[in-house]
Ligand binder design. Structure first.
Ligand code: PMP
Length: 354
């Protein structure tokens, strides 16, 4: 092997949910929204001037930042946008986790965190969640180089409330605490209101789930002016233009359509709760979800077996062959019709085995 080959970066990248090309497949494996984006976003894209694409987009996303600041009752200096919250989180890890001390996060959480740590050579320590997959805030009292908590957590779907986040912030005043709120629009609590009180808190959110814009790649962060200006400096050291003109136009229109947003989020939550009840009726144990997905296990059939069975029958869910969660399935909430099809298939499987 030549020297340059030996010098290649050796990392294990994050593996996203499969994207099958076949439209007939019921795709419940990437926590996408089953409903289309706001019609206002569609209109904005149709009205986008093709010739204007010859120009660079607004580098800092001024119009979308203005819209997000207004909606969240914040100053524009408290808002950052990026190419999906994965981009925002990667930039935040780069900007804020520079200590020699390890950063802390739960052992069961978003599996991109270890990938960024390995890529950016950030030391980290995993804090084990309990047997009910709950996070103990006391695990985050020790000295550290930063904290990242997904709330609601993924893939468990469990949300913690204000007291939990405040507890972590009160015990971590010397480091940056990132709260990854990719699913917070489906949950009772968002920590955005705390950024005025805690200048070391960064909250990230996304347009990919509640706003049905996963394909446009729009994510954002809310934080103190200091944190946001540092994020901007890091972004401008990689690429000044992460959000393209089309994404900015669609995102602005989406933020302005509050009625459609609330309507779709409520619909997903309703289908989620109905599906959870049906699954429990079949003997599944389903964690209380505050997201757009369900995390479930069955006593009689292994998760891997159910995953393969559903896949053979055209329903894709997510299965993680990982310690502690390898007998669970993560099922994205689809339309009522999609969930009914899945439940009918599961009923057949479960009754066949009893
Ligand atoms: N955080 C969590 C917990 C997620 O599950 C996801 C979706 N994979 C993301 C962040 C990133 O989402 P996006 O880049 O689409 O905003």
């Amino acid at each position: 092997m030549s020297l340059w080959e030996k010098n290649l970066l050796d990392i294990e990248p994050y593996v996203a949910g499969e994207q099958p090309g076949n439209d007939k497949i019921i795709k419940l494996n990437a926590n996408e929204n089953p409903y289309p984006p706001s019609p206002m976003a569609e209109k904005a894209l149709r009205e986008l001037s093709f010739t204007e694409l010859k120009k660079y987009p607004d580098a800092n996303g001024a119009p979308i930042i203005r819209a997000l600041a207004k909606r969240n009752e914040l100053d524009e200096k408290n808002v950052f946008v990026g190419n999906g919250s994965d981009d925002v989180l990667a930039l935040a890890f780069r900007a804020f986790f520079n200590s020699k001390k390890p950063i802390l996060y739960p052992d069961i959480t978003y599996s991109f965190y270890p990938v960024w740590c390995d890529l950016l050579k950030i030391p980290y320590k995993l804090c084990a969640v309990d047997d009910d997959f709950r996070i103990d805030p006391k695990d985050y009292y020790e000295e550290n180089g930063g904290v990242v908590i997904a709330n609601p957590n993924a893939p468990t779907s469990i949300a913690e409330g204000r007291d939990f986040i405040v507890d972590i912030l009160e015990h971590n005043k010397d480091c940056v605490v990132i709260v990854d709120e990719a699913y917070a629009d489906f949950a009772p609590y968002s920590a955005v209101e705390l950024i005025k009180q805690y200048d070391n808190l960064l909250v990230t959110q996304t347009f990919s789930k509640s706003r049905s814009l996963a394909g446009m790649r729009v994510g954002m962060a809310f934080g103190s002016e200091k944190l946001i200006s540092c994020l901007r400096a890091v972004k401008d050291s990689y690429n000044s233009y992460p959000l393209d003109s089309a994404a900015q136009a669609a995102a602005c229109a989406s933020v302005e359509d509050e009625v459609y947003f609330r309507h779709t989020v409520l619909k997903v939550m309703q289908t989620r709760d109905e599906t959870a009840a049906k699954l429990r009726g079949m003997g599944f144990s389903v964690l209380d979800s505050a997201t757009n997905f369900l995390f479930a296990t069955h006593p009689d059939r292994t998760a891997e077996e159910i995953f393969e069975y559903l896949k053979e029958n055209g329903v894709y869910v997510r299965y993680f062959k990982k310690p502690r969660i390898d007998n669970y399935l993560r099922i994205t909430v689809g339309t009522d019709e999609q969930m009914n099809t899945m439940c009918e298939l599961l009923t057949k499987l479960i009754t066949a085995s009893s």
